[in-house]
Design a protein around this ligand. Structure first.
Ligand SMILES: Nc1ncnc2c1ncn2[C@@H]1O[C@H](COP(=O)(O)OP(=O)(O)OP(=O)(O)O)[C@@H](O)[C@H]1O
Length: 262
């Protein structure tokens, strides 16, 4: 765990720009994300959402500016639990073996791992598949293993890059509900901060406590919108059917379209 200054937001991007060779993919932009926020990044394809996530995870270093997570420089694989667009599983391990590895990293004692693994696989709808090899399951199922693996780590920061794009509607809704309610968050830990990338305005409004829309290359913030919808004790269908939900969805959709056309 990185040393933590309580005045420091969980994520602080200061004047960050990222170039791939001569092409600027992101920025310059500045962004602060406090502990416990569920930030959703939305924007047209190629606007730099994944690059921003990779900068926060520490997989890329900014060409200019500063990225701080928990008050320090992010360390790949340590700073955050990450779910990429592609599942990136270990093919020589079984489905259960991939989840076990994450539970081991998370410090779950060996005798408790079987139960923890079963719970996680059940949550992502993969019960009964623990002994399969990763190449013996579908692409959507592989992505669910990656999600189970990320949820196994009781990290205070979760970064998800379009994690539900390849899933069937039922599993997607179940996992959205899990994420929205903060399931899996350790009660004794700092509240979990989440950064979630999606193309869907509907998904953004349902999940986020805040939505940031990025404009076209280079990605810059064109809308930074707090989401004032109730998060507990509310029926998902009622929420999605509400006038406030529709208004927010329209506002986000409009900003994405405008930015893509600019
Ligand atoms: N490794 C790389 N080398 C060169 N250019 C890259 C590299 N990765 C991304 N880019 C470029 O940087 C820009 C931003 O890419 P990025 O993947 O961050 O966008 P994105 O918003 O996540 O896209 P999508 O929604 O399609 O996943 C794009 O123009 C892309 O072509």
């Amino acid at each position: 765990m990185l040393p933590r200054n309580s005045a420091e937001p969980r994520i602080r991007l200061t004047d960050v720009r990222h170039d791939y060779g001569s092409v600027t993919a992101v920025g310059p932009l500045s962004l602060e994300v406090p502990d416990g926020e569920f930030l959703v990044l939305v924007g047209a394809s190629g606007c730099g959402k994944s690059t921003l996530l990779r900068l926060i995870a520490g997989f890329e270093e900014p060409s200019h500016g500063q990225v701080r997570v928990g008050g320090g420089t992010p360390t790949p694989g340590v700073t955050a639990g990450v779910v990429f667009q592609q599942p990136r599983l270990l093919p020589w391990r079984t489905v259960g073996g991939n989840v076990d590895l994450a539970l081991g990293y998370a410090g779950v004692p060996r005798p408790q791992r079987a139960q923890a693994r079963a719970d996680l696989l059940d949550r992502v709808g993969l019960d009964g598949l623990a002994d399969r090899r990763t190449w013996q399951i579908s692409g959507g199922q592989q992505q669910r293993v990656a999600i189970a693996r990320a949820l196994a780590v009781p990290t205070s920061l979760l970064l998800l890059d379009e994690p539900f794009a390849a899933l069937d509607a039922l599993t997607r809704e179940r996992l959205q509900d899990d994420l929205r309610s903060g399931a899996g968050t350790r009660a004794d830990a700092v509240p979990r901060t989440t950064v979630f990338v999606t193309h869907s305005a509907d998904e953004a409004v349902y999940l986020g406590t805040r939505i940031v829309v990025l404009g076209r290359q280079p990605g810059r913030i064109v809308l930074d919108l707090p989401v004032d919808l109730p998060r507990i004790g509310v029926d998902a269908d009622d929420l999605r059917g509400s006038a406030r939900f529709a208004a927010l969805r329209a506002q986000v959709g409009h900003a994405v379209k405008e930015a893509a056309a600019a």
